[in-house]
Design a protein around this ligand. Structure first.
Ligand code: SF4
Ligand code: SF4
Length: 362
């Protein structure tokens, strides 16, 4: 087992200022990634969206304040006091906690036990927008339990990936994740338990392994969590708490075999970032992935791309009656895929602008 280190994530690496002490320290230890990272450092990003100035002026402000909103929620969570009167909670209340998280807006919820290996060893300095300088900060494993949840992203928007609507869907889901996390953390604090939410600006741990442990889905070839209900068309959130609850167990609905026959995320990825080569990380099967190639596409498109999300048959909906039998009858996978391809082709992509960003004639 090896601890995750947020400083190794691409987002943390490319934030390092060339020539700074942190930059020198990092690439002294990791010289192999310096050249590729340097090519991505300080590159213009959102402005590369292939739309005219009028479009950008009207629709960029739609998401401009999201980080401020998330910061406000982050601060509310941190500053909310833990009640001095602790309510004794029995384990059966775990089902209520799940329903409460759904009531706050989650699409699905599971519970995972936190171990020292769940947490990042160190933070990667990505919390600038919540006014925290976290680079190199060791993470102390204060909490016992993670209440992990998904937020479904809008299908109509994701089916326009990598166009601007894709970004609107992911951004909206990040705000929703923070809102649910805030409400749940404050609720748990009111019951007398220390709690902290993870949000897109402040993660104490990587979310995919936790969501897998919490039984919310399996890890697909795209390296995302793939749920039965929404495929990988979800964003993940988690609230960490000192309230101890029994954990859920990982699920196995046969995704590994399904991915082998499908590979649509790999085939549709415009930057060849996805591979079919398994990669084991702390006992969970992921796949080798070229993070710099993926980010290159983000820079080109000016969005988060998201093509591997719209390409996943489980994100679109497949014959579930058959899918539920694939473990016993793997021959059904081919049938499911053929039905899916006949209906949708290799990838669902809708070019027409959604009304929210459609500009009429002047
Ligand atoms: S986001 Fe786009 S570039 Fe990145 S892995 Fe997915 S399909 Fe490939
Ligand atoms: S697109 Fe296919 S191969 Fe990729 S994660 Fe989804 S099911 Fe697996």
């Amino acid at each position: 087992m090896k601890k995750y280190d947020e400083r190794n994530t691409l987002f943390s690496r490319i934030e390092l200022k060339k020539g700074s002490k942190e930059y020198k320290d990092y690439y002294k230890k990791n010289p192999e990634s310096r050249k590729q990272d340097d090519e991505l450092r300080n590159r213009p990003f959102r402005e590369n969206l292939r739309k005219n100035d009028e479009y950008k002026k009207r629709f960029f402000p739609l998401i401009k304040n999201n980080k401020k909103l998330i910061k406000a929620q982050h601060d509310l969570t941190v500053n909310h006091p833990v009640s001095k009167t602790r309510i004794d909670i029995e384990d059966s209340f775990r089902e209520n906690i799940k329903e409460i998280t759904k009531y706050f807006g989650a699409s699905s919820v599971g519970i995972a036990k936190l171990t020292d290996y769940s947490y990042y060893s160190h933070l990667g300095g990505l919390a600038k927008h919540v006014d925290l300088d976290t680079y190199n900060e060791p993470v102390k494993p204060h909490y016992k339990t993670a209440i992990v949840f998904t937020v479904e992203m809008n299908k109509e928007m994701m089916n326009r990936a990598p166009m601007y609507e894709e970004l609107l869907a992911t951004e909206n889901a990040y705000v929703k994740v923070a809102e649910i996390g805030t409400k749940l953390s404050m609720y748990l604090k009111d019951l007398g338990y220390k709690s902290m939410m993870n949000n897109s600006e402040y993660y104490l741990a990587p979310m995919v392994p936790l969501a897998y442990d919490a039984g919310l889905g399996e890890i697909g070839m795209c390296n995302h969590l793939v749920t039965k209900e929404y495929g990988n068309r979800v964003r993940l959130g988690a609230v960490f708490t000192t309230l101890e609850l029994s954990e859920d167990t990982p699920v196995d609905f046969g995704l590994q075999k399904f991915c082998k026959k499908c590979a649509l995320c790999l085939l549709n990825c415009p930057s060849r970032a996805i591979t079919h080569k398994p990669r084991e990380v702390n006992g969970r099967q992921f796949y080798k992935f070229h993070d710099t190639r993926c980010h290159e596409m983000w820079i080109k498109s000016g969005t988060d791309c998201g093509t591997c999300i719209s390409a996943c048959p489980l994100s679109q909906g497949i014959n579930m009656e058959k899918f539920n039998q694939i473990k016993e009858k793997p021959e059904l996978i081919e049938e499911i895929m053929n039905e899916y391809l006949d209906k949708n082709g290799r990838r669902v992509f809708i070019k027409k602008d959604l009304p929210i960003v459609k500009l009429g004639d002047k």
